[in-house]
Ligand binder design. Structure first.
Ligand SMILES: [Zn+2]
Ligand SMILES: [Zn+2]
Length: 346
């Protein structure tokens, strides 16, 4: 089969690899229908994730058809159309028993990281019963693909960790695919006012279409002053950080109201300043996390009923064999006006 293989910092190649095989009785092998590229894949290529070894097939998002199953797999059958969760779940370790699947002792985020991933014609999925979700008949495949990672991430690590409530004023910092996913998911909880902050006008425009009430571009506007005016000087109830740089984490600290929540979603490559000299008195909560994907079954129902339409995040489509071109486009996301790129196997 063909797969996208990591060959060290800045190097990847679409090349021939051996077909994956069942190794453990709990494994399944899935033939990919659609996959996509994540910002995390770009971090890997920059060398930010040293656990990824040369020769590793990248990718942790996908939908596909089950090709074969190990003899202990019970809930998934050959021929099932499934979402591949970015998080592998054994279901029985102490973390899994607390639904902290991202820290599973025999799973967590391993696809395209510690084991071969989904940017390939086929992929081996460990603990298939818990790590695959069968797709309902007739569901939009591109919407389902967004449930592998980004929509559960925006919901669980942004909206649920940030305890978004009806009537609140919330700010999302970063209108990339995960920030926009958090924007979509926040609307389950009916905040009164959603503010999106980003330096990219195209992404701000998309955020408006997705339901943001106010957009702020820090290149032209003073974020703190603008938010003070909007909130009678109080600040926002929830600030969801979806970028992962010191400047955006600073904005969260500057705009949060007393008793508020700062939910960090962004992947940080270096340390940030924590202004406890300002915040010690403000009764705020700061949360961090890696997605558990425990919300995926609920999100599937919401997609099926039309409550949420994450396929709106898809801006570009390519055949899977043109994945190297797709990486170039995704790497220039701002100029290309790219959010999620769908790669479809021929
Ligand atoms: Zn991802
Ligand atoms: Zn586990």
């Amino acid at each position: 089969m063909k797969a996208l293989v990591y060959h060290g910092i800045g190097q990847k190649h679409w090349e021939e690899k051996a077909l994956p095989q069942i190794i453990e009785p709990t494994d399944a092998v899935v033939r990919i229908i659609k996959t996509t590229i994540c910002g995390t894949d770009l971090h890997i290529l920059k060398g930010d994730v040293p656990a990824v070894e040369k020769g590793r097939i990248l990718g942790h998002e996908g939908i596909g058809i089950v090709e074969s199953i190990g003899k202990s797999v019970r809930n998934i059958n050959v021929g099932d159309k499934v979402i591949i969760s970015c998080i592998t779940v054994c279901g029985s370790c102490s973390y899994c028993k607390r639904q902290l699947y991202s820290h599973c002792n025999d799973g967590g985020w391993i696809l395209g990281h510690k084991i071969d991933g989904t940017q390939a014609e086929q992929v081996r999925i460990p603990h298939a019963d818990n790590s695959l979700h069968r797709l309902p008949e007739g569901i939009n495949e591109e919407a389902a693909l967004m449930l592998s990672d980004i929509l559960p991430t925006g919901l669980e690590i942004g909206v649920i960790n940030g305890k978004v409530q009806p009537g609140q004023t919330i700010a999302l910092i970063g209108a990339g695919p995960v920030g926009l996913s958090a924007l979509l998911a926040s609307q389950f909880y009916s905040p009164a006012h959603i503010i999106m902050i980003d330096t990219d006008d195209n992404r701000l425009h998309v955020a408006q279409q997705f339901g943001a009430n106010t957009i702020i571009n820090p290149a032209r506007q003073n974020v703190v002053e603008t938010i003070k005016e909007l909130t009678d000087g109080l600040g926002v109830d929830v600030a969801i950080e979806c970028v992962g740089i010191p400047a955006t984490f600073k904005i969260c600290q500057d705009i949060i109201t007393a008793g508020g929540y700062i939910a960090n979603v962004g992947v940080h490559g270096k340390s940030v300043e924590l202004h406890l000299e300002e915040l010690w008195i403000k009764n705020i909560t700061i949360t961090t996390g890696l997605v558990n994907t425990s919300s995926t079954p609920m999100l599937l129902k919401s997609v099926q009923s039309g409550k949420i339409s994450p396929e709106k995040l898809v801006t570009h489509r390519y055949p899977l064999s043109e994945i190297e071109t797709a990486y170039e486009v995704f790497g220039n996301a701002s100029q290309e006006k790219a959010l999620k790129i769908v790669l479809t196997a021929e």
